[in-house]
Design a protein around this ligand. Structure first.
Ligand code: ZN
Length: 88
């Protein structure tokens, strides 16, 4: 917001009076529109990061005894045979 107000003041200062008013308004609206776009983009990036780095939903279930675990080998029977278990 302060950024766009600075631009408006610059336009008011550097352009002659009758021209400066519509230019200042256009500049204000354009910069706000542009800043909103950036904010929306940042929000999307944040939500993307959140969804990708959330708690691990992929688990494994032992094929031998059916125990759900996320280790290389089954903690119950020691079997390394396991299937991916996608849970929410
Ligand atoms: Zn097992």
């Amino acid at each position: 917001m302060g950024w766009s107000l600075g631009l408006v003041y610059a336009i008011l200062f550097y352009t002659p009076f009758p021209l400066s008013i519509p230019l200042a308004i256009a500049g204000f609206i354009l910069t706000n529109f542009y800043l909103k776009k950036i904010v929306v983009k940042r929000m999307n990036v944040i939500s993307d990061r959140r969804s990708s780095s959330g708690p691990q939903s992929v688990n494994y279930s032992c094929i031998n005894c059916g125990t759900n675990h996320s280790q290389a080998a089954c903690p119950k029977c020691g079997s390394k045979m396991k299937g991916a278990n996608f849970r929410s």
